[in-house]
Design a binder for this molecule. Structure first.
Ligand code: A2P
Length: 318
């Protein structure tokens, strides 16, 4: 499996299994199918509310000798309600307990948005912290502490734009090693990708297939479909593969890790087999000129009327 490489030489398999929206009752089997199929990278998060079940699957895989811990790359993410310095390491320890692991390979700040302790999804003004209450630099200090304690091998962020990345690069003693953001042909984010490549920050693409299984309430009417896009379908038929495989391969060809979510055994295998798809320069050019621009995860669930955050706090202007 092709990998991307951290500055200390550690490798992250470029295709991982996404677990956002994988329900308890489904994710245990999905993780085991994925490991059996050859996945060695699993992407998790505390807010996905399924880490205990992922942990049970990992425990089973280790006990059955399917894989060794050191051969897996496991990512998790710090939720918005644990951004204060004293809350970061305990939140990571809770994730480790749920995943039944001694360490993570990668821990990310999930969003540059802070909630008060114990709040899952802030709605009212008093449930939010502002950047004045909890500066991102403070959360990053907690992430550095987690790494220094050996609880995670690498640290990074998710859903940060260039100015927020610069803020923590300038404040911290360690640079973020990874940025995980939404990336696919409708949202290539070239400016952000180039900034990260210049700074030596690795990238992971989430929602590479358009996350069609999101709750209906978080979808806009007439959303474009990546899997049904004519250019994607044309390249799929040219290479004799599926549209999903073209989309996974698109990130692989940009040297960006990619975490398609599936709980279906065939699709789990199919997504990993995308590594064999050889898109050429003309194919990548076609995808670069696809003509549709769209962000599926727009972050508006954090920027309601009572929120101190605005969408401009989150995203890069393209
Ligand atoms: P399922 O879990 O039933 O396979 P994303 O990774 O962008 O969040 O997209 C996840 C969605 O895409 C889920 O609905 C998932 O369904 C579906 N999916 C995953 N792999 C494939 C595939 N190879 N072909 C079509 N749909 C897929």
């Amino acid at each position: 499996m092709k990998s991307i490489t951290f500055s200390n030489g550690d490798q992250m398999p470029i295709i991982g299994l996404g677990t956002w929206k994988s329900k308890p009752g489904e994710v245990y089997q999905a993780v085991l199918w994925a490991i059996e199929a050859g996945y060695r990278h699993i992407d998790c998060a505390a807010i996905y509310d399924n880490e205990k079940e992922v942990g049970n699957a990992l425990d089973k895989a280790f006990k059955d000798g399917l894989v060794k811990r050191e051969d897996l790359f496991i990512t998790s993410k710090l939720w918005n309600s644990n951004h204060r310095l004293d809350d970061v390491v305990p939140a990571l320890k809770k994730t480790l307990k749920d995943l039944q692991l001694q360490y993570l390979d990668l821990y990310l700040i999930h969003w540059p948005v802070s909630f008060k302790k114990g709040v899952s999804f802030a709605q009212t003004r008093e449930e939010f912290f502002t950047y004045g209450d909890v500066p991102l630099a403070q959360t990053w200090e907690g992430m550095e502490e987690a790494k220094n304690l050996g609880l995670t091998k690498h640290i990074g962020v998710s859903n940060f734009n260039i100015s927020k990345l610069e803020e923590i690069i300038n404040s911290g003693t360690m640079s973020p090693e990874m940025l995980q953001v939404e990336l696919h042909p409708f949202l290539p984010q070239n400016k952000l990708v180039n900034f990260c490549k210049e700074k030596g920050i690795l990238l992971t693409a989430y929602s590479p297939l358009g996350s069609g299984d999101r709750a209906a309430t978080s979808k806009k009417a007439n959303e474009p479909s990546l899997l049904e896009n004519e250019t994607v379908k044309e390249l799929a038929s040219k290479h004799g593969v599926t549209a999903a495989q073209v989309l996974v391969s698109y990130s692989v060809h940009r040297d960006i890790a990619v975490i398609p979510k599936s709980v279906n055994q065939d699709r789990i295998s199919q997504n990993l087999a995308s590594i064999e798809v050889n898109l050429d320069e003309a194919d990548m050019e076609k995808l670069a000129n696809i003509g549709t621009a769209y962000r599926f995860i727009d972050g508006s669930f954090f920027t309601g009327a009572q929120s101190p955050y605005k969408l401009t706090d989150l995203w890069e202007k393209e």
